[in-house]
Design a protein around this ligand. Structure first.
Ligand SMILES: [Zn+2]
Length: 381
């Protein structure tokens, strides 16, 4: 089933090929037989490698697909700061996915408006909240994204077209998201209301198991997507909200892939074959997500040690499922970074790392945001 024609039309980058090589062919044959032919997205055109960030950026929307700029989700701040937005623009980022961690209402780890530090709980431990408190917490943090937009510092990413327009004007677009749907409190109406306010991405799980499903960090539970979780995925499909499976356990991932009509993403992770961590994905999970037309975002976390380590993870995903299924996710102000990215959030270092490894212009553009943007266009159609 994997014809020579498919094999020779692949873009090659130095010694690497963006299609599947020897060891992966059996998996490919199975997937192709199942009809996953859109995996083969290789072009017959000569690959271009100018190595020029400006030229690549002109053609592609650059996106940070998971972030908490200004730590707006946990700090006592009114909005995302102008400095943070300027940092993004200096890094050529056009679109940043700004996440409210709504599970923080239940697990703490944030500073209240009056300056009180609410202690962080771990595992599935949670504070007991009154009905409505979790959603109110979510709305309060969500309002910080809207305030940033109202101040004129950034634009709300409501549609892919609005992002292209903002990019023309040299403005950053913020795509409003929840990390952990805990704050919905089991209500589809709350999801609809948030969508009306501008929510465009929903990460189902965060640090604790919730009403939608089960997460990938200890204590491990075997469960998958719940009935409410299924209802939420269907409603996200209907509303054009991107479903993000980051932090979900294997069964929840597989259930969501089965129920969703649209591609789904896994925004911030790394490859388990290269690093043994709770939050990393197995080859099977990556293949399943890509098979649905989705993508995984690689995180420049300290555990990847260096820019070289970061690119290795990108390389691995590219070789496993193709360059159309990988992106970048800084988790800005959410955790520690590789040295080259640093506290100043140097996104150009990430672009530069890919260029230095011999990636073509189109490959760099796709990884730096083009893939995410294409998937969002597909979902919002
Ligand atoms: Zn996360």
């Amino acid at each position: 089933m994997l014809s020579n024609k498919n094999k020779i039309s692949c873009i090659t980058t130095g010694k690497r090929s963006s299609c599947f090589d020897g060891g992966k062919i059996p998996v490919m044959v199975i997937l192709l037989c199942l009809g996953f032919s859109h995996f083969i997205m290789c072009s017959a055109q000569e690959p271009v490698s100018t190595g020029d960030m400006e030229i690549i950026h002109e053609k592609y929307v650059f996106a940070d697909i998971h972030a908490h700029p200004s730590r707006f989700h946990r700090s006592s701040v009114e909005q995302i700061s102008k400095e943070e937005i300027d940092t993004y623009l200096r890094g050529q980022i056009d679109l940043a996915v700004a996440n409210v961690s709504s599970d923080a209402a239940y697990q703490g780890g944030y500073t209240d408006r009056d300056g009180t530090q609410v202690r962080r709980l771990r595992g599935n431990d949670a504070y007991e909240l009154e009905p409505g408190e979790g959603y109110a917490f979510t709305l309060d943090r969500f309002a910080r994204i809207l305030k940033t937009v109202e101040s004129g510092d950034a634009v709300l990413a409501l549609t892919p077209e609005s992002v292209l327009e903002a990019k023309k004007q040299g403005k950053l677009s913020l795509l409003a998201a929840l990390e952990g749907a805990d704050g919905l409190e089991g209500s589809i109406d709350n999801l609809r209301e948030l969508h009306q306010k501008g929510l465009r991405l929903l990460q189902l799980l965060h640090f604790r198991d919730n009403l939608l499903g089960f997460n990938q960090t200890p204590p491990y539970e075997e469960g998958g997507l719940t009935e409410f979780g299924k209802e939420v995925v269907r409603e996200c499909n209907r509303l054009g909200i991107i479903v993000d499976l980051a932090h979900s356990n294997t069964q929840t991932i597989m259930d969501a892939l089965e129920i969703s009509d649209d591609p789904v993403i896994f925004s911030h992770t790394g490859v388990k074959a290269l690093y043994e961590g709770d939050r990393y994905l197995t080859d099977e999970e990556i293949i399943a997500i890509a098979g649905k037309g989705g993508m995984v975002g690689i995180w420049p976390t300290a555990s990847l040690e260096s820019l070289e380590g970061f690119v290795k993870h990108i390389d691995y995903v590219k070789n496993l499922v193709g360059v159309d299924h990988v992106g970048i996710a800084s988790d800005l102000r959410g955790m520690s970074y590789i040295p080259e990215f640093g506290d100043e959030a140097n996104f150009r270092a990430l672009t530069g790392g890919l260029i230095a490894q011999g990636y073509t212009d189109d490959e760099v553009g796709k990884i730096m945001g083009g893939n995410f943007f294409r998937i969002w266009q597909e979902i919002s159609r």
